[in-house]
Design a protein around this ligand. Sequence first.
Ligand code: SF4
Length: 356
Amino acid sequence: MRPDPLYARYPFFRAAREAVQRADISPPRLVTEGDPAVERARERVERALMSGTVESETPGRWSDRDELLSYPIARILVSLVDVRAAVEKYAEAEAETAFERLTADLEADDAALRSVSTPRADLGTVLDEFDLDGAVRRVDGDRGRAGYRIDVTAYLRLADPDWGDGWRLVNRDLADGTVPVDDAELTRLLREAVRRRVADGLPFEVRGSSGGDAIADALAEDVATLRDRLAERERLPDVDAVVPAQFPPCMQALLEDDEDPLDPHAAFAATAFLVSLGLDADAIAERWPVLDDGSLSYRATVLDDRGGSQYPAPSCATMQTFGDCVNPDERCETIDHPLRYYAAAVADADADANAD
Ligand code: SF4
């Protein structure tokens, strides 16, 4: 099977699913034969639950076929884990990864930077994918930027007022049954369309279906490991004091960097850390302008408590992978997570204060 490379980047596209069906590939056989796609599926789910992305840590290892086939197997894994927070986190992570890829693709499209070696989605293809091709019309935007008008029914179907007052219909210029959105907002709406498609039908019954028992048995160890890791992550220390002087070195470095916008992974890590301390988007924007990049409100909402299980801030291992582990000190040798660093530092500072 040599799939269209675009399907490897967007495996939830209808055509991607049809390509898998046409190839007559049996997930039970892939699982029982230990196909590389199964290992990538494990990584896909683990990264989704632990780091909020399905992007591989070792992208060079996987073929387009592995990427594409890992998606249906990941859905099986998530269904077997069968924890509501896991399903939500998985759908969010697939949507977030798609959002980042789509944003990059559309920027490349605008800048005529398309390369033949990187297959990119264009806006028309994505709108068509979500039956929005007749609902979105390009218009001249502010200051020469791309703007759009979207049918109000499609807007109301996808936009969530919880994203902020700006998304409420009363704050939009409704005219002729359409509302204006800028290009970032349109991509945000498409992200929601992706999240819903990924979440649709999850979790499903694996055992009892054709070949389901064999798959469930073959993946039992992975499912147990994922459940353990999820539970362990949810036992992270609960610290609600905000004492920036005790933040771990990585967070201090990220939050002090007010020169350049943070990379998406760094912004995610720092926002997740601060949300874990009970801060909302307004409080974060006020104290750390470097995070106030236009996506902060949305990011903080996604990271906040969903289904009783907060999105975890990335571990030290993930921070190291993305180059966000900066200036580790002695305490770093004793912990595996920036929140554990912070909890220990706050406890030590309290103990010192009480001893004085
Ligand atoms: S070891 Fe962990 S806590 Fe310390 S700087 Fe690196 S990522 Fe931060």
